[in-house]
Design a protein around this ligand. Structure first.
Ligand code: SF4
Length: 76
């Protein structure tokens, strides 16, 4: 999953760094550092961080992933 933080919107509230510390880090007082590409294991914390951001500055792009097929028996 790719992600972008709109740093013009970001107010440095650090909610994201709290919820997904492996992806978002606060540097100094207000500068946010983040990974622009995250693996599957980080999807949940990143989505929580995006939902928690008070100014909706975290934009996610999941178009580079395949839509998972429905789980279930396949016969055979
Ligand atoms: S939660 Fe939103 S406003 Fe706060 S540091 Fe993260 S991106 Fe910026």
């Amino acid at each position: 999953m790719r992600l972008i933080v709109d740093l013009n919107r970001c107010q440095g509230y650090a909610q994201c760094a709290y919820l997904a510390p492996d992806v978002f880090t606060m540097h100094e007082e207000e500068a946010l550092l983040y990974a622009s590409q995250v693996g599957q294991e980080q999807h949940e914390p990143v989505m929580r961080a995006a939902a928690a951001c008070p100014v909706q500055a975290i934009l996610l792009d999941r178009l580079d992933e395949r839509i998972p097929e429905k789980a279930g028996p396949r016969g055979g």
